[in-house]
Design a protein around this ligand. Structure first.
Ligand code: NAD
Ligand code: GLY
Length: 364
């Protein structure tokens, strides 16, 4: 097992990465000792891992009457205020107090929603992330961004609320559908592009190992991703500046997800084509070599990620929705763009015409 530490000013927490961790009560015990615990999961993950985790919580000394769970519907379209309210209903029904702990068992949807419930309930209670998708293990479980979607914009309602621990059991990835594994790899590639050229080069040579769930490669990829993410979050926890680079490709991707009703494009898929759009836009601005755009395209293709969008999604609509983004300042869209492989920058200094042209180059 690898242990990393996210070191923040007011709050630090461990990330455990390895196989078989779901059953290790000693990892979770310090965070749930004598507390009321509610595991929040969804209808897909529950039959696979809920009982194991409930047994682990029990083995950590939590008595049956305090070992509760809630199973939510599965899907990005359920990451909303109505489903969030179901968590509050359940917590209130069982008289959960301020000392209680939520455990998010699932992918980024369950993690974001449960984290937000923990941020709000009685003005904030503890929560533990037990991520079960690649995307959640390399990205969403770390860094404390929690929230839900709004019909008009993704992740628009939320809070910064750090977990007390992250437990990433790599065995859970064995049951993940290929499409989800592929989508998760987009966020992995992101770290190489924005911050870590060596890691990017490693991915170019080894992405097949990730796709075939090679054990050592998975631990390496999750560890490097979390180290990269922790490094940025430690410098700028609340995204006042540098943390925004973690959103490479996201402004494009979120718009595509939002326009298609959160049902057609997976988050990582939107990020993938969005990263390629960002690379191409950077090239148009004269910052990024054409040969590097080709390298990005090649790696995304190797990972079987999408590199085009349907022309049914109009560039006008995309740009309109891109205007509903948390990075917007003074009514201007700000984009994370690339200077080179391993170096990103944030800018609003571009001609909107260039943005339209970039998007249109990817429509087919
Ligand atoms: P997800 O949570 O929808 O999970 C993907 C699918 O896999 C779901 O159907 C889920 O039920 C299923 N699943 C989960 N674990 C499984 C397992 N072990 N075996 C089989 N099936 C399993 O999607 P995701 O890709 O994990 O997360 C995407 C979400 O994360 C988006 O809402 C995105 O906005 C958010 N996100 C948040 C952050 C952050 O910093 N908070 C960062 C990146 C993404
Ligand atoms: N996924 C972007 C961030 O955590 O800041």
């Amino acid at each position: 097992m690898k242990t990393l530490q996210v070191k923040l000013k007011d709050h630090s927490y461990p990330i455990y990465i390895g196989n078989g961790l779901l059953s290790r009560s000693e990892l979770i015990q310090p965070f749930i000792n004598s507390k009321q615990v509610m595991i929040v999961t969804n209808e897909t993950v529950a039959p696979l891992y809920l009982q194991t985790l409930r047994n682990t919580v029990a083995a950590a000394g939590v008595e049956d009457s305090n070992n509760k769970f809630l199973v939510l519907p599965d899907g990005e379209q359920y990451k909303n205020i109505d489903v969030l309210n179901r968590v509050f209903d359940e917590l209130l029904k069982f008289n959960f107090g301020r000392q209680s702990v939520l455990i998010a068992l699932g992918g980024g949807v369950v993690g974001d929603l449960t984290g937000f419930a923990a941020a709000c309930y009685q003005r904030g209670i503890d929560f533990i992330q037990v991520p079960t998708t690649l995307l959640a293990q390399v990205d969403s479980s770390v860094g404390g961004k929690t929230g839900v979607n709004h019909a008009l914009g993704k992740n628009m309602i939320g809070a910064f609320h750090q977990p007390v621990a992250v437990i990433s059991d790599t065995d859970t990835l064995n049951t993940l559908e290929d499409r989800q594994l592929i989508a998760g790899s987009a966020e992995v590639i992101k770290y190489g592009l924005i911050n870590d050229k060596d890691f990017y080069v490693w991915l170019e040579g080894n992405i097949e190992k990730v796709m075939s769930l090679d054990k050592a490669a998975m631990v390496y990829v999750i560890e490097q991703s979390c180290l990269n993410k922790a490094n940025v979050v430690q410098r700028d926890e609340k995204e006042n500046n540098i943390r925004a680079i973690l959103n490479l490709g996201h402004t494009f991707g979120h718009a595509i997800e939002t326009i298609t009703g959160y049902t057609q494009w997976l988050h990582g898929e939107g990020v993938a084509v969005g990263m390629l759009m960002a690379a191409e836009m950077s090239r148009k601005l004269g910052w990024f070599a054409a040969s590097d755009v080709e390298r990005v395209k090649k790696l995304l293709q190797k990972a079987k990620l999408p590199i085009t969008i349907s022309n049914a999604i109009s560039s006008e609509k995309i740009v309109e929705v891109m205007g509903v983004d948390k990075k917007v300042q003074d009514n201007k869209i700000r984009l994370v763009l690339l200077k080179s492989i391993g170096s990103a920058t944030i800018t609003s200094d571009f001609d909107l015409k260039l943005l339209y042209e970039t998007i249109e180059a990817f429509q087919e």
